[in-house]
Structures are given as C-alpha cells and as structure tokens.
Design a protein around this ligand. Structure first.
Ligand SMILES: Cc1cc2nc3c(=O)[nH]c(=O)nc-3n(C[C@H](O)[C@H](O)[C@H](O)COP(=O)(O)O)c2cc1C
Ligand code: SF4
Length: 495
C-alpha cells in the first residue's frame, strides 16, 4: 500500500472548498456553509432524555494527561486541563479523563486513581471546572459532569512507564506477540475479576459522594471493559457467549446502583474495530514510519479476538454485536452512550484520525477524513436504530477549521445528539463558543493533529499540546520531547 496523497486542511481556504474536497473524496460528512449565532444554533439547544437534562449539544470527551502524582492525585497541570474543559462552555463533560479504580489498573504511573487519598483532589477538579464553566457560559444550569472509570487491562503500566504489567482476559494472537507475552502468561482469574468489579463499585460510590452526576463504565480502546467484549475465546462465566462477555458490565452496573442509587451511568464503547495495524516494513526506513497496513491475519479467520469486527474480513467493521450491546444498555436503563472506535495502541488511524502519526504509530493509510467519516457514519446508523439513547460522537478534531460547520450540521441533521471534542480542547477549548458568538475562529489555535499529545506520554512525558499551547510550548518538557522524538513519518501531502 503506497502512502495516500493527503490535502492538508490548514491550506483549505474556506468552507466551500472544504465541501468540494469532501465531494472529491466521495465522503458523506454533513457540513453547513455558515455558522449560526448561539441563539439559533442547534449546538446550543438543550437536550433532555430519561431524566437527564443537558444544556447544549457539545461535550468534552475524556482526555487524560499523564500528569497525576505517583499515588494518583491531580497536580496543577491536571487542574489546568479541567479548568479548560470548563472554559469550553460544553454542558456535558464526559468523564474528564480516565480515572483508574485501583493502582494496579492504571495505564501509566501518572494516571489518576479513585481512592480515599485522592478524594479532595478529585473534588477540586470538579469545582475548578464548574467555576470556569460559569464564567464561560454564564451559569452551570444544565451542566452534567461524569467521571470515566477505568481498569487498563492489557495496557496496565501502574509503576514505571518502561514496565508493562498487563492483566489479560484471553490470549490474543497478535497483541500478545506485540506485548512480548509468553504462551503461559497468566490470565486474570474469575475471582480476580470479581475483585476488580468491587473496585468499580467502590469508585462509583465515591464519585457520587464527590458530586459527579454520572460515571462512565469504560468499554473502549483496548482496555479491560473493551477486552471483555471481545473475549470470545475465554472460558468460564466471563467469556464465550455474548451474555458472558457482558457479565462484567452487568455486575458493575448492579453494584454501582446498589451503592449509589442517585448516580447515573454511561458507557463509552469502541463501536467497531479492526485487526491491529503496523507500519508497512517495505516502506519504513531510517526511522520513518511507513503507511499502516493490517497485521497478517490470513490464518486467523474466522477472527475471534475483537468486538464489532467482521469475522470473515477483520479489516472491516460489523455492527451486529454493537447493536446487541446497545439493546442491552437500553434494557439496563443506561441512556448515556459515547461512541468511539478501535484503540490508540493498535489502530490509531481508526481511533483518532491524524495527519501526523504518534511515535509508535504509522503514516496514515488513508485520508484521515475517511476515519472521521467512518466514526460519524457508524454513530448515525446506531442513532437511527436507537433514537431513545443519547449519543455523544467522537473524532471531530481532524476537521480542524471546519469542525464548527460539521458539528452544527451533524446535530441539526440528527446524526448525533452531542458532538464530543477531544484533541481540539487541548489547544482551543472555546472554539465552538467563538464560532457561535460571531468571533472569527482563531486559525493559529486549531489542532493540526501533530500527535505530540500522544507521542509525549508514549515516551514517559505528560500529555499536552506541545506545538500550540503556550503552557507547553518551549517548556523543558517540550525540549525533552523534541530530543527523544523519533523521526516523524512524513506523509505525502498534496497542496
Ligand atoms: C492525549 C489524549 C488522551 C486521551 N485520553 C482518553 C481517556 O482518558 N479516555 C478516553 O476514553 N479517551 C481518551 N482519549 C481519546 C479521546 O477522547 C478521543 O476519542 C480521540 O482523541 C478522538 O477524538 P478527537 O478527534 O476529538 O481528538 C484521549 C486522546 C488523546 C489524544
Ligand atoms: S499535540 Fe496539539 S496539535 Fe497535536 S494532536 Fe495534540 S492537540 Fe492537536
């Protein structure tokens, strides 16, 4: 596969040219030609469903910073990020960031942990966000704040950034090899799983006591909840059948509800997936990453190691089980659903479309707009099938200057209930407020998907927008990052 020619969106002069570009790529992405003022914009309409009231139609997707203390409490940098979440004016804060339910379940040695000793720090994060939100939006009416609860499963690194301490549910023929796991690497036992589930129950109670409106029981991106959904080959009560693979969710929900009846529950789920990708070795040289290609999988058909994957051709999504999963959520009275896809570890082009890959990724195998369209389209289809669920969409940051136009159109046309913002928030939290209040969108603050916010933590540094956010730009951490960064792949760019 040769690297695709990709038009750099920073060079696209106006929305008409952008719409023309979408047509040339034959992509169905709705896009309004003008931004409406807040008083007329669908993005500023309130939303109400199943006892949940949210003041507008954009959300902050969870964005972890790898900047907590060694024992999992927030730092000044964490507080700053949450204040900026508040500055965005979004009335739905989906999770803030992944917070581990136990030390051993952390994805990195600086991830936040929900525990007795971190209670006051987490309460401070919430309070700081609310204070900034009031300044930006005038009041906190209709503000719904959740905490994302996680166990990192296969991607646990609780103690040292250089030492993986995976907790796996089943053997994965590709990912085990990538992680260097021996054939006899122990699987989590059912009783260890029960202990983890109790950790979620405790975390739910604490989140409720700290004033969070909901918790997200994270089921995405290759972490433990997501691994359960793909545990086709696991034996026993947590693997095999759909019922067994969703037992973790049901037991977590049951216990949280018993301990914190007021707390709402949401689920962020990778709605589809593919086989892991790697840089094409034939096109990788001198530290330059070749375009992503699927790992060899011809001998793994039918493919039984994922969720939302076509078993006959695992490079393609299959929404049959995700649809079953959403029916299950409905039957559990879970209305809040956040759709994402894939994993940042093994198929980042699916999960966070970017022009420039992170240091452990690969050059884009497709125009990143194709990745945006793929997530938007799946969300539209699932929204059509489940009109009563409240869907947050993902992967809008690559739209760059045209994010406001697409977000407005997507909500107006009913593709999604709330547009989730990820990377763009690290550089330009107020983008949708600026757009709807008649201020010109600030070109220089637009996320250009340089992926430094992923490359930094992959190399043991805190995440943040090193190229564009003055807080990180030129800092000692930025100097360290540029020294350790591997030579970045240069996708061929058509101007
Ligand atoms: C630095 C960074 C940290 C992230 N942390 C989380 C996280 O804690 N939990 C989560 O579910 N997703 C996390 N994500 C994924 C984002 O929520 C989002 O799905 C992804 O960035 C794609 O959306 P975007 O195009 O708006 O950036 C993270 C992404 C980045 C870049
Ligand atoms: S480092 Fe900044 S510009 Fe690059 S992807 Fe992250 S937020 Fe966007």
């Amino acid at each position: 596969m040769s690297a695709p020619r990709i038009l750099r969106l920073g060079s696209v002069k106006n929305v008409a040219q952008f719409a023309e570009h979408l047509r040339a790529l034959q992509l169905q992405i709705p896009c309004d030609s003008a931004i409406l003022p807040a008083t007329e914009s669908p993005l500023f309409l309130p939303l109400s469903r199943g006892g949940i009231k949210i003041g507008n139609r954009f959300a902050i997707n969870p964005m972890e910073g790898w900047d907590g203390t060694a024992d999992g409490a927030p730092t000044e940098n964490t507080l700053r990020r949450w204040r900026r979440f508040g500055e965005s004016g979004a009335k739905l804060i989906w999770g803030g960031e992944a917070v581990a339910v136990s030390h051993l379940g952390r994805a990195n040695p600086h991830q936040l942990v929900l525990a007795e000793h971190t209670r006051s720090g987490l309460a401070q994060l919430r309070a700081a966000l609310v204070a900034e939100h009031k300044l930006a939006a005038g009041s906190d009416a209709g503000l719904l704040i959740g905490l994302q609860l996680t166990h990192s499963g296969r991607y646990c690194k609780p103690n040292l950034h250089t030492r993986a301490e995976p907790k796996i549910l089943y053997r994965h023929p590709i990912l085990d090899r990538r992680l260097g796991l021996a054939a006899d690497f122990p699987l989590l036992t059912d009783s260890e799983i029960e202990g983890i589930i109790e950790g979620f129950h405790r975390a739910g109670r604490t989140a409720s006591e700290l004033g969070f409106d909901f918790v997200d029981v994270k089921h995405c991106h290759g972490y433990l909840g997501h691994e359960f959904l793909g545990a086709h080959t696991r034996e026993g009560k947590y693997g095999g059948s759909f019922e067994n693979r969703t037992r973790f969710l049901r037991e977590v929900v049951q216990g949280i509800r018993a301990g914190a009846p007021q707390l709402k529950i949401g689920v962020r789920v990778s709605a589809f997936d593919t086989v892991p990708f790697c840089p094409d070795p034939a096109q990788s040289a001198n530290g330059t990453l070749g375009p992503g290609i699927p790992e060899p999988h011809a001998d793994l058909i039918p493919y039984r190691w994922g969720f939302g994957v076509n078993a006959s051709d695992p490079t393609q999504p299959d929404l049959a089980e995700p649809i079953q999963f959403l029916s299950l959520l409905e039957s559990l009275n879970i209305v809040l659903v956040n759709l994402t896809a894939g994993s940042p570890y093994y198929n980042p082009h699916i999960q966070r479309p970017a022009l420039y890959p992170p240091s452990d990724g690969y050059a884009p195998p497709e125009d990143p707009l194709v990745g945006v369209a793929r997530q938007m389209d799946a969300t539209r289809e699932l929204k059509r099938r489940f009109p009563n669920l409240l869907f947050v969409g993902t992967a809008y940051s690559y739209l760059q200057d045209f994010l406001p136009h697409v977000a407005q159109a997507a909500v107006r046309e009913g593709w999604v209930d709330s547009v989730g913002l990820g990377r763009m928030v690290l550089t330009y939290p107020e983008i949708l407020l600026d757009a709807a209040h008649g201020c010109a969108v600030q070109h220089k603050r637009i996320c250009r998907t340089f992926s430094d916010c992923t490359t930094a933590p992959r190399n043991g540094l805190p995440s943040g927008c090193y190229p564009l956010d003055s807080h990180y730009k030129g800092s000692p951490m930025a100097v360290q990052l540029s020294a350790i960064k591997t030579k970045r792949a240069r996708p061929e760019i058509a101007e």
